[in-house]
Design a binder for this molecule. Structure first.
Ligand SMILES: [Fe+2]
Length: 433
């Protein structure tokens, strides 16, 4: 056990080419600078030395001084500069995490779900992020990972523990490795017990831990299959997670009660399996008597996840083919006005404003059909179904609702004109007044 969890003697930093997208630089972080001075006065801090060694080999000492020094003084430069989103898959009760560097736009995704890829892609697009790495905490048994789809969509590199034995992986990480994206970084901590290859990813300022199926909120992942061991999990949680600061936020891989976040301190006190004065035999006794049913999807999920989510027949989820339609994070299919203007002959343009607006200041698109939104549910039969329908209004909000109504009425090829006629006029596209 000790060897499995020993901190990596020669940690590696996953770092490829420098970012190609430049973003406006934020103002200097005054607190970080103050921290940098303090760290120089405390050179014997063990974790500092570890980080220092990592950075020296990559010639990025200065940057790491900043992140580590903030950690030392209890500041959180890394999390301050980070975009963070928690996403939920209600079918498997899985949490997916999106972490992005606000400055460079580089991002990572932790534990994406195959069926939620379109949603994740929409959010990533709207936030203007570029996915550099896709990380799984382990080989899941209850859902198929979206890692392969992330790789296809963004050229993201797949990161997984070396102990998972998965072929389609770009970086096999070990305990103590560091995954870096922009100015943010995640430490890899081996936390076996649910599976042999489970890891926890910890933000380098120790403000957040992504614990996968090891430590859950008031619980812990089952240990009765996939090489699991309650004894090993007990040690892993104590050595690798409970050793973090009490205020470190705990973000688990699942929750079945709608709980979203906890802290190390809370779980040390209140976790019903391993909190309070629980000793190893207490935890093992609890875990050995969970009496859980075999996971329903294990026979599909595990083989798929051993391919990092690559479909066996390489069949990808169906895409919309009639036009360059993107589905927004809000769930609305949208299309850009320039494309619509170039393909008017092949489309039905449905305007859902009222009659006064149709003939008013903004005018309307040549040949468009008018059905005000308030009347659309009753008059949906008037909308031709022989060609794709693009819906338009003033700003793209009412037409977004109209697109949903048309979809619900069974029209398959429907999209909202992004930004409506205001956006249309911004691009100086043809109008009829
Ligand atoms: Fe799991």
């Amino acid at each position: 056990m000790g060897a499995a969890l020993a901190r990596g003697a020669q940690p590696r930093m996953l770092q490829l080419a420098k970012p190609t997208v430049t973003r406006p630089k934020p103002p200097p972080h005054q607190k970080a600078l103050r921290g940098a001075v303090e760290i120089l006065q405390h050179p014997l801090q063990p974790r500092f030395y570890r980080a220092f060694n990592i950075c020296q080999s990559f010639g990025e000492t200065a940057l790491y001084f900043r992140a580590r020094s903030c950690n030392y003084t209890g500041d959180s430069a890394t999390s301050d500069a980070m975009i963070f989103r928690q996403l939920f898959d209600p079918v498997s009760s899985t949490y997916t995490y999106l972490l992005g560097c606000d400055e460079s736009g580089e991002a990572v995704v932790i534990d994406p779900v195959f069926e939620r890829h379109a949603r994740d892609e929409a959010l990533i697009r709207e936030l203007g992020l570029r996915i550099r790495y896709v990380l799984d905490t382990h080989v899941h048994a209850d859902h198929v990972t979206g890692a392969w789809l992330m790789k296809l969509a963004y050229g993201a590199q797949i990161v997984l523990s070396r102990r998972c034995g998965v072929e389609e992986v770009d970086f096999r990480v070990d305990d103590g490795d560091v995954v870096r994206f922009g100015e943010c970084a995640l430490e890899v901590r081996a936390t076996p017990g649910h599976t042999e290859g489970c890891v926890t990813y910890v933000l380098d300022d120790h403000s957040m831990a992504f614990t996968g199926d090891c430590l859950l909120i008031r619980g812990a992942g089952r240990t009765d299959f996939q090489g699991g061991s309650a004894q090993i999990m007990y040690q892993a949680i104590h050595e690798q997670i409970f050793s973090l600061p009490d205020e470190c936020l705990v973000y688990p891989g699942h929750d079945y009660e709608g709980r979203t976040v906890s802290t190390v301190g809370e779980e040390k006190r209140f976790n019903s399996r391993i909190g309070g004065d629980a000793r190893e035999e207490d935890f093992v006794g609890y875990m050995d008597n969970l009496g859980l049913a075999h996971p329903k999807l294990i026979d599909i999920a595990v083989p798929a996840n051993l391919r990092a989510g690559r479909p066996e027949d390489d069949q990808l989820p169906e895409k919309i083919t009639w036009g360059p339609v993107t589905v927004s994070f809000g769930g609305i299919p949208e299309i850009e006005p320039e494309w619509v203007a170039r393909h008017l002959e092949e489309l039905t343009v449905l305007d859902v404003r009222n009659a006064e607006e149709f003939d008013g200041e903004l005018g309307h698109v040549e040949g468009s059909q008018l059905i005000p939104l308030d009347e659309l549910r009753d008059r949906v039969g008037e909308v031709p179904r022989d060609r794709p329908v693009v819906v338009v209004c003033q700003s793209g909000r009412r037409s977004g609702m109209a697109a949903v109504i048309l979809k619900d009425a069974g029209l398959k090829e429907v999209a909202n004109v992004a930004g409506g006629l205001i956006n249309w006029s911004r691009h100086a596209l043809p109008f009829r007044s």
